[in-house]
Structures are given as structure tokens and as C-alpha cells.
Design a protein around this ligand. Sequence first.
Ligand SMILES: O=C(O)C(=O)C[C@H](O)[C@H](O)COP(=O)(O)O
Ligand code: SF4
Length: 606
Amino acid sequence: MSAHARISAITNRIVERSKPTRERYLERLRAAASKGVQRSVLGCANLAHGFAVCSPAEKDALAGDRIPNLGIITAYNDMLSAHQPFETYPAIIREAAAEAGGVAQVAGGVPAMCDGVTQGQPGMELSLFSRDLIAMAAGVGLSHNMFDAALFLGVCDKIVPGLVIAALSFGHLPSIFVPAGPMTTGLPNDEKSRVRQLFAEGKVGRAELLEAESKSYHGPGTCTFYGTANSNQMLMEIMGFHMPGSSFINPGTPLREALTREAAKRALAITALGNEFTPAGEMIDERSVVNGVVGLHATGGSTNHTLHLVAMARAAGIQLTWQDIAELSEVVPLLARVYPNGLADVNHFQAAGGMGFLIKELLKHGLVHDDVRTVFGQGLEAYTVDARLGANRTVLREPSPDKSHDPKVLASIETPFQANGGLKMLRGNLGKAVIKISAVKPERHVIEAPAIVFHSQQELQDAFKEGKLNRDFVAVVRFQGPKANGMPELHKLTPPLGVLQDRGFRVALLTDGRMSGASGKVPAAIHVTPEAVDGGPIARIRDGDIIRLDAIKGTLEVLVDAADMAEREPVTVDLSDNEFGMGRELFAPFRRAVGASDQGASVLFH
Ligand SMILES: O=C(O)C(=O)C[C@H](O)[C@H](O)COP(=O)(O)O
Ligand code: SF4
């Protein structure tokens, strides 16, 4: 089925806008690919170093230019429950590659931060910058130039976006993303959040809180809420970087291992040495990017992707804007209710039909482009499947169900939860911002209330504890932008603001910082640009100014006379505390070089 008219129009607009940068990108990619087997340019010493630890058979294979070699980039560490399973993946991949007549080597590792561990801590100020650092680190690994394809082992927040930037920067190579899958379901996410709000109110102690948190985050795998990490899995599937049906199979299962082995063999099959050469930078085009944005809207995905998708697209010479994202939101219905957009978790989403069913529904109305290339071949239709374990550790695929197994979690295209997507853009005399409304009740889509200004999330938490916030207000939390302090997630604001909202107050958040993909029920205008440290209007707001956040009209305004606002000096603050400690001194160059939020908040692209 051809794409929906609006989807096609927006895609064509992106193609036109991107032409200059996309054409230069493809020229560079094709020049690199034309050199044939990449390692053939290495001298004997280079090659000897590169395969020094290989077996004699592998050395023979790599000495020639007929046997494909996979470069594994791994984000394994024990800090992220989602990445811990990757510890054993290189051995599995090497074995599978050998079975298929190829070789696999770990090209390099990349750092990976768990935003859950650093949430509310100084380390969170390194989080966003770690995305671009991960791209650079993956580039260091691949720059050994020993490889005919790359396998990326990463799941979480900034890691997949950073790895995609690397994969597209090495776009002459085929790349496959290999997930590890979600943690099994523990304490329901809404129960976890309820205990957090009780703790915020002083009604339970640390022992009860830690017990609830530990029952929620209890083992290997991705946290089960639909935050940035699981939004990444959705993106990798719908953009064609995953093997079909890979995203939400639990770690430590035979099917999970079979999918990993299959990805290794498929990567060997799509190198320039075979007949299905699929360089990542040709595979991913404007249609793939639009498919990613559509998937984000249809699932109520993480607001972080209004930053990451812009940066990821730029790595392939594609210019995606917030306006594109906002207009796509108008035509894409919300089809999934996964926490924080509902009570279900990603395991329930998978059981209800998962990505295969979601893609099938979107294809029915032409809301995603079917005519795309993927690591699996041609066409997104191939992803309307469920992966099953076959004989001898192989993968079988069955057509996705025609009906959702749980319409309360995964809706049909005919009966969506909302007529449009969960992510909107706001504009007005405070600049531009993003808001996720899929988890906000309709009666809270418009908030008009006096501002209370804070210069840290701790200030707001302290004011809450002192009982000063029992009122209608818009919390203006500023100097949280990328140049100020690395644009941390301010997810610790969710419990106090959630308590105040549950008490019946009309509250909202306005910040140049970020929220977590797991944030949701309180209306929040985030990623405000220009940021306060750049003298943006947000730096001129004073306590008591009336702020109007209208997610229906898409406006964000301070109701103060323009002349009065212009006369106000923008407030400045001492940010020296954000420049040292917990490694922040190492990221001063990033704070100086980073671009605006609507350009992806990147040091790599402006
Ligand atoms: O966006 C994502 O996917 C995340 O990684 C989630 C957040 O960063 C939270 O910090 C982890 O959730 P909480 O346990 O509620 O703090
Ligand atoms: S989903 Fe978020 S909190 Fe969970 S392991 Fe990944 S980074 Fe950490």
C-alpha cells in the first residue's frame, strides 16, 4: 500500500530539505564502499596486529579478501540491567559467524550510563553528552577498518542513538543492532510510582521504598516501562536495524540466543562480499527516519527522541525538524498504552502482539513507508511477524495476529486510544518546547497559572517538603539546558509534582532541561530553546508571571507585555558547581560546543 498522503508530503519535504547534505553524505559513503573489502588497504603489519589473537584458521581467512569479518561494538557493563546480558554475546556471535564461514571480532567497547542509577545525581549531567561520546568511541573501534559489517550491542537511552550515529558515520558498512530484551515483569510500574509518592509525602520510609524499587528492577534486561530504552527498541525494529521480531524477547531465553546467532549470520550475508550488500547509510533514508517518528507517535515514546532522532538523522545527512515531528503527530494515532502511558509494561505489549502487530496496523493505513530497505531485505511488511524458536537454535517467523491479543494495551488502527500521537511541539514568546501528552489527562492539556522559578530540581523538592507548593503553579526550572549543565533528566520532579496534581492542584513544568522517557502524567513543556544560559526568554520569567501552556493549540506563553519582557535583564546564575566533580570537568568542551535542543543538542551537528 502506498504511504498516506500527509506522510508522503512530509517525507518529500524532508527529502527536499536534506538534498545538499544527503547527496554529499552518499557521495562519501559510495566512495568508501567502492574500495571493496575494507581491510585490503591495510599493510601486513596493520593486518598482523589486527588478527594477532585470532586462530590460525581465522588468520588465513582474514589474510585474504573473501571471508567477511564482523566488527562487534559492545556496550556491556554491569551497571545497566539491560546491558548485562551482553557479557556473553561476543562468544555466541563468534561461534555463529564461524558456523557461517565468517569471522567476528570485538572491534571495541563503548561507555554506557544507566540513567536510573544517575537520576537526580551529578552523573546525570554527563548523560546526554555520553550519546555523542558513544558515537565517537564506536568510531574508534570501527576505525581499525578490519570489518565488512558491524554488530551493535546496545539498548539504553543514549547508547542506541550514539551507536546509530556511529553506524551511519560508517554508513558504507552494513550494521545490525542486537538487543538483549526486557526484564521479566516485576512490581507493576504504577505500584512502584505509588510507593514513590508515599515516600515523597513522608508516609513510608527508605526500607519500604527500596523494597518496592528492588521488586520492580529485579534482574537482567531492560526496565519494563516504555521509556527511552524501550523506545529505542521500537525504533530499531521499525527502522529496519533489528532482525524482525527481535525487540522484546526476554534475555536468557533460547529464542533470544537464536536471534543473536541469526543476526550474526545475517550480517555476514549482507556484506559487500555477498549478493545482498546493504550499507547502513543507503538502507536508512528519509522514509526510514519518518517510519521511526511514526512509531514514536504510535507508541507514546520517549520525549528524548525529539533530540536523538534529529541527531541520528543528521549522521546520514538527513535534516529532521521538530516541525516534521509535530506534523507527523497530527496524523499518527496512539495505538499503545504502555507505562507511563498506561498500566501495562513492554512484556504485556509483546504478548498483545508487539511490534509485528503495530507495524501491520500502521501499514494498513499507509502510515509507515513499506518501500524501505532493512537488514532483513526489502520492505517493512517483512516485520509484521512474530519470532518463534525453530529447530537447532534457529528462528521461525509467523504472521502477526490480525487482532490484538489485548486491545487495552495494543489497539487496532480502527480503534486507536487517541486520534493523534503523543508528542507535540509548543511555540510562543518563550521559544520552542516539546510536550508528551499521551500520559496527560485531557483536562490537563491546557494549564494557565503563576510561575514559581527554580534553578535546580533540588530547590523544587525542598520547597515541596516545606509545604510551600500546595497551589496552582507552573514550575519554571531553568539553567538545565545543554550548555548550562548538560541538560539532565529532571525525573525526580515527577513524584512531588504528581502528589500536588493528585491533591487537585493544576500544576505544570516548564524547563530547558529534559525529562525521562518514564516521566509522564504531569504536563511538562521541556527542551525549551533558546535555553536560559543563552539568554532565552525563560531567563526573564519572574515568580508570579502567568504562564499559559496550551498543548491543544501548541502554544507556550508568558502573559507579560512584550515591552516589559524586553526591558527585563535575563537572570544569570553561578554554574560553577556544575563544572566540577563526578567527571563534569572533563565535559567542559562539550558544554562549550553543544548545539541547541531543536538541533539535537549535539556537539557533532549544529
Ligand atoms: O528514559 C528511560 O528509558 C530511562 O532510563 C528511565 C529514566 O531515566 C529513569 O531514571 C529510570 O526510571 P526511574 O526508576 O523512574 O528513575
Ligand atoms: S532502561 Fe534506563 S534505567 Fe533501565 S537499565 Fe536502561 S538506562 Fe538503566
